[in-house]
Design a protein around this ligand. Sequence first.
Ligand code: PLP
Length: 398
Amino acid sequence: MQDLISYHDEYIMGTYARYPVALVEGKGSTIKDANGKKYIDFTSGIGVNSLGAANEPWISAVCGQLGRIQHISNYYYSDITAKLAEKLVGLAGMKKVFFANSGAEANEGAIKLSRKYSFDKYGKGRGTILTLKDSFHGRTLATLAATGQDSFHNYFFPFPEGFRSVKCNDIGEFKKETENNSDICAIMIEPIQGESGINMVDIDYIAQVCEICEKKDILLIFDEVQTGISRTGKVFAHEYFGISPDITTVAKGLGGGLPIGAFLCSEKLEKTLDAGKHGSTFGGNPAICAGALEVLNTVSQPAFLEEVVKKGGYIIEKIKNFNSPAIAGIRQKGLMIGLQLRLKEGETPKDYAKKCLKSGLLVLTAGTDVMRFLPPLNISYDEIGEGLDILKDVLMEE
Ligand code: PLP
């Protein structure tokens, strides 16, 4: 293992504080490392492997398409890309989709779409995107500028202009911002803030934001890169809020493990980005779309969604019953779960993640004090049980 780690580190930039483990294969929610050690996966590769590792129908879908043609340029039409588009647009209640390769890229597209809509209708000077404090929208320059956390706004100056953030769940601040400024074209909201610790945006807040946006023709963008594609027990988290955003972005779980992102728009925006205004070499890649269609066909089934809700509830009930003094709070929607930790002086959530890893459980962290679980959406109860046994031991350690 150490040889592999040194080999890797010799050639790859050190942008990630990696755990000293090389994961090489898996089946479902059970993953093995290079030494053959087994881990229960409560991460799905940060919400990506929706159907777990090596899912047979997904492999068949991707390989079937690979056997026909792996890629075509976007100057031509693709049947499989159109099928995925129809399914995704239908489930989202949207009108059109653009396929990209990642969450950040999907958000970049949403920003461009919003600005173009506003420019066409109102001319220059109305290109500002509001976001919420503690949000995370990606690592490109524009999506870093959109990310409402000051810690991300260092080193890489100059950042693109036209982004401001307001306090989450503070409707007074949003009202003030939109009353005092006429430069706002959109607000981008992550309905459950994943990276900053599974923080919920209030239903009431969203309803009021929505009302103001409608009055002022400010577009509502929902960044569902982490919450989307059934992660929360609904295909889109916006369904919990009873609203329809103007633009929704997705990525992560859509591809089931291959890179894809997308932004979807409502009818009023369907013609805004016409030929030549946006593009991507790999966007809508047929092999990835074939896998994504298999993911969507599976995870949008009502019985599957019910199971996501049930498993999420089952996990948190079990955790509550640990009565561990290390847990300060639990935040959860479907299989998007955050355990707020009661950390001792100098401790970080990574310390807990390392202990879990040592005992055979993969977990994520978020914010400054949260252990985060995003297991594959089809994780079995046996795997959940094995994972929770490990977690209990870690949380009950003195
Ligand atoms: N938006 C949200 C809500 C995310 O959680 C992430 C990634 O964690 C992104 C955007 C960026 O996605 P990507 O890493 O695919 O660019």
